[in-house]
Design a protein. Sequence first.
Length: 162
Amino acid sequence: MNILSAILLAAGAAAGPTVGGTAKITSSSVYYDQSAGFAYFSGKVHVNDQKYQIHADRAYAFMSGTNELKRIVALGHVAMTNETKRAYGAKASYYREHGMVVLSSGDGIAAEVRDEAPDGVRVVRGRKIKFWIDSKQVEVVEAEISAPSQGGLGGMKKAVGR
């Protein structure tokens, strides 16, 4: 992601669909320090990427020396969605190099991933949920998983998205 695009969008332009692998970030305001490779987005933050969308109260973006996105940390009433699942938490950290998301609970907000499939709702809750976007790997700390009972182990696998 080129941070210049993110800065221009953060000034109030609407977030459109992702084009050419570029993540778009919009917010009410932004502070950007190019020399530090850091941007702080505040108020109605919306991250629109090819594989997901994130909504949060505020977010930090960390870039490499070439202004390519390395990591996003979203804070406050975080909602993350893709075509099939929804995730909620107090904090979400996205590590682009690894394609990994760490969703954390806090401030009375549970970390939760929901899959509302036609054959039943599956929910994974925990203090911390770590998953890889392009993988079948997930880790949950202090896990609570609910899935339709008719699915047996298959229902549990669908609950964690795998």
